[in-house]
Design a protein. Structure first.
Length: 33
């Protein structure tokens, strides 16, 4: 989560955290460095 200018983290307590990489939304549980 270092590059906050390119990656947008969105989500709520119900849906969980998602990462928008400019093309698709990735669920936080599926996003691993």
């Amino acid at each position: 989560m270092e590059d906050k200018t390119r990656n947008l983290w969105v989500g709520t307590r119900e849906t969980g955290l998602y990462l928008f990489d400019g093309k698709i939304f990735i669920n936080y549980s599926e996003y691993k460095h």
